[in-house]
Design a protein around this ligand. Structure first.
Ligand code: R5P
Length: 343
């Protein structure tokens, strides 16, 4: 049979579809996949990609709000993957995740891999003012103490958060997934705009990949206010005026940052504005805010589930399932993950 090669979305890797690895039993037993409450649809997609059934468990909440988990099948000696994003209801989902890890550990799983497409509490990663916590470190400690052996995540707020973990992990990025989609549009007059100074380095990767110039919207948060303020745009006006602009960021929460950035770009004469970001947290009135901005297209991923009825007509949600499935398979078989990205 002629070998058939298929690109794994979100990577530069072409998978040989004539061979199958799914049945392989690795050093830690077979792959078993469990879904936390926040990631049922994404987990099913990953399971389909891997050609395996979903692991079964039941979850109860007692009247005192305590969460109870019971695995409905044995995980003894197996390579277990638990998928849970840290999204609303945030604290329930975090507790559920930790309790599930504990249940897996006490049932003697061979290895516990936590797949957290979106990791919360990572914005606080340093003491940048007196008398504040470092919640990113706390989160890493809780995951380790609960019993996870490895973690997989996508677009951590800052790469150095990996250093808070003592267990190995794969800190992935949705950059390839999102940027490949934009590349296919082949927009000739495109400028990339970082929505935030902190994202400028990553936005530079976007600009290089798309062969576009880069501008940066400089935003300053006043005290600990949740409302962002875009102050200025760093970059020549002619890089924006009459041109298509792709605004990039890692996450959108209230939409405040994006609203200000779009205003600043429109003031400078931007023509069509596209928006790309990994994590669609989209709280409060963010959907309405984004919907009212007249953006050409909004491109995001399913690291956080967006209810179908909330997906805006100009919104494209790309699935991270093929990428996560390939990474799970490689972790299971002890193959390189860097190879997926030509590294
Ligand atoms: C900030 O550091 C992030 O990159 C995002 O710009 C921010 O989280 C977006 O939040 P919001 O949508 O509430 O302005």
């Amino acid at each position: 049979m002629e070998p058939s090669q298929e690109k794994v979305p979100g990577t530069s890797y072409r998978r040989d579809t004539t061979t199958t690895h799914q049945a392989a039993t690795g050093q830690f037993g077979r792959i078993m996949l469990f879904a936390g409450s926040s990631c049922e649809a994404l987990s099913k997609e990953i399971a389909q990609e891997l050609g395996i059934p979903m692991g079964q468990h039941e979850r109860l909440t007692f009247p005192n709000e305590n969460i109870f988990i019971k695995l409905k099948e044995s995980v003894r000696g197996q390579d277990v993957y638990l998928v849970q994003s840290m999204v609303t209801p945030l604290h329930d989902n975090i507790m559920e995740m930790l309790i599930m890890i504990d249940a897996l550990k006490r049932d003697s799983a061979g290895r516990i891999n936590l797949v957290v497409p979106y990791m919360a509490y990572t914005r606080s990663d340093k003491k940048d003012q007196p008398r504040v916590p470092i919640t990113a470190r706390l989160m890493a400690n809780m995951i380790e103490i609960a019993g996870a052996d490895r973690y997989v995540t996508i677009d951590l707020h800052a790469g150095q958060i990996q250093g808070f973990f003592n267990i190995p992990g794969d800190a992935l990025t949705a950059f390839h997934l999102l940027s490949d989609y934009m590349l296919e549009k082949d927009i000739q007059d495109l400028t990339v705009a970082s929505a935030d100074l902190g994202f400028a380095k990553k936005a530079r990767n976007w600009a290089e990949k798309l062969g576009a110039p880069l501008v940066v919207v400089e935003k300053r948060r006043l005290f600990n206010s949740k409302d962002a303020e875009a102050l200025t745009v760093i970059g020549e006006r002619e890089l924006i005026e009459g041109r298509s602009v792709l605004l990039v960021d890692d996450e959108v929460l209230t939409g405040g940052t994006i609203v200000k950035a779009v205003e600043a770009l429109r003031e400078r004469g931007a023509k069509d504005i596209y928006l790309a970001f990994t994590h669609a947290l989209l709280k409060d009135t963010a959907f309405e805010r984004l919907g009212g901005l007249g953006l050409k297209e909004i491109i995001t991923t399913n690291t956080i589930p967006t209810p179908p009825e909330k997906v805006l007509p100009n919104m494209k949600v790309l699935s991270s399932a093929p990428l996560l499935a390939e990474v799970i398979l490689r972790a299971h078989e002890g193959r390189s993950v860097g190879e997926l990205f030509g590294e």
